[in-house]
Design a protein around this ligand. Structure first.
Ligand SMILES: [Zn+2]
Length: 432
């Protein structure tokens, strides 16, 4: 589209500016200088000597913030690297992502945090924030040295991919995390109930003869962690909420004043377990796609604020990993490149939420959830911006995928609304 890479000082003129803080979408123009937003004026055109990008067709919003991505490096570079993961993020409109700790080695040591931060900076396509592991090796037994992890720059703590089974360990983890003002992100799933499950437990799993994971596996885990958050006063963030019961538990905990937040993924908000009929391993995710009622409850949770934000749980797996018997395939799908288009198509275009709500759920709300900078469009803020054509109709094709892995059930999907690219500190990266 636009060859805008080398311009460092310019105007983006006439865009519909989605400002999640001011809660409005309004036509205006933005001046970018030295990587920052130098000025915003509420007029369609500007008189200037600087180059002008005519953005009348587009919506300009703060770059998206993802609280939950698996970038796989170090250790699983055949699935994803910081470079390919950052490129996928930028192509999806993200300028900030938080990467999860289930790498090899796990992010349980400051040296791993430093490695990831340095590598992300070298690549320079997206800001990468790091979630440190809650326990050593993510084994759920011994808590890490949070002081050192925090000094190395972690923004949250999580054993994501695994639930901390031992309640005493989780209590200590929450208490120490709280001392260091670090939020704890919990992957809520009772490991015994969910053991060797392939999908959601229900009508479809019975019909397909696949072992299911009951909603109770998630809800028991969410209940316990809500109670422990209340007991300790610590900040708890529930990752990938997927059941109606879990939404209700978070709602009640919030009412009681527990310091809890929650996220939902684009796939849990738009897909349900009936799709597994064709045994497509790309639909095998953890927590599994649930029933229609759960999808409805998640959407209601988005609308009433029980669910604070959208997070992708971008989980790359290589083709050889996934191209096996359904039972053997690892769980996870990629999501960074389709999150906006999928949600815009299924929720905004169908009138469930409006565009500004979606922008909030992908910018200021996730940023506020973990206390990250970003998600704002304001004078002096870094020029981390996304340019969107909300009217473009397009087909998501495999050849477009920037991620090293292609495990998504959405290849061939028709979308309305497309990210055109991002400015990261004013530097343009095209997505089309
Ligand atoms: Zn998880």
């Amino acid at each position: 589209m636009i060859d805008w890479k080398d311009k460092r000082e310019f105007w983006i003129a006439g865009a519909r500016i989605a400002d999640p803080e001011a809660e409005r979408i309004r036509v205006g123009s933005v001046c970018v200088q030295k990587g920052r937003i130098a000025e915003i004026v509420w007029q369609k055109s500007v008189e200037t000597d600087l180059p002008v990008l005519d953005a009348e067709r587009f919506v300009l919003a703060p770059g998206f913030v993802d609280l939950h991505a698996h970038l796989r490096e170090p250790g699983y570079e055949e699935k994803e690297t910081i470079e390919t993961g950052s490129a996928a993020a930028a192509a999806g409109g993200y300028t900030s992502v938080v990467c999860m700790a289930n790498t090899n080695p796990a992010i349980d040591d400051p040296s791993v945090v430093e490695y990831i931060s340095c590598r992300a900076q070298q690549v320079g396509r997206c800001r990468v924030y790091v979630a440190g592991a809650l326990t050593k090796g993510r084994l759920g037994e011994i808590i890490n040295e949070y002081y050192h992890l925090k000094r190395a720059g972690v923004v949250a703590l999580s054993d994501d991919g695994a639930y901390v089974t031992n309640s005493q360990v989780m209590r200590s983890a929450l208490e120490y995390a709280n001392l260091h003002a670090l939020p704890v992100i919990s992957h809520c799933e009772d490991a015994f109930l969910a053991s060797s499950s392939q999908m959601n437990e229900g009508y479809t799993s019975t019909r397909l003869g696949l072992k299911g994971s009951p909603a109770a596996a998630e809800e028991i885990a969410v209940s316990r962690d809500c109670m422990l958050a209340q007991l300790t006063g610590a900040r708890l963030h529930v990752a990938h909420v997927s059941t109606a019961g879990a939404v209700e538990l978070v709602r009640r905990a919030k009412k009681k004043g527990t310091r809890i937040t929650a996220e939902a993924t684009p796939h849990h908000l738009t897909l349900d377990d009936r799709l597994l009929d064709g045994y497509d391993a790309n639909l095998k995710v953890n927590p599994p796609l649930r029933g229609v009622k759960d999808v409805e409850a998640l959407r209601a949770g988005l609308l009433d604020g029980t669910i604070d934000c959208v997070a992708t749980d971008h989980a790359p797996h290589s083709e050889i990993d996934k191209d096996v018997e359904f039972d053997e395939a690892p769980a996870g799908m990629i999501g960074l490149e389709t999150a906006f288009a999928q949600l815009h198509t299924e929720l905004v275009a169908k009138g469930v939420i409006d565009l500004l709500d979606l922008v909030k759920l992908m910018t200021i709300k996730p940023a506020a959830t973990l206390g990250l900078p970003g998600g704002r469009i304001a004078r002096e803020a870094p020029a981390d911006l996304v340019l969107i054509d909300p009217a473009e109709e397009w087909t998501f094709e495999k050849r477009l995928i920037r991620s090293r892995s292609k495990n998504t059930p959405l290849v061939g999907a028709r979308f309305t609304g497309r990210v055109q690219g991002v400015f990261l500190e004013g530097k343009w990266q095209s997505a089309v």
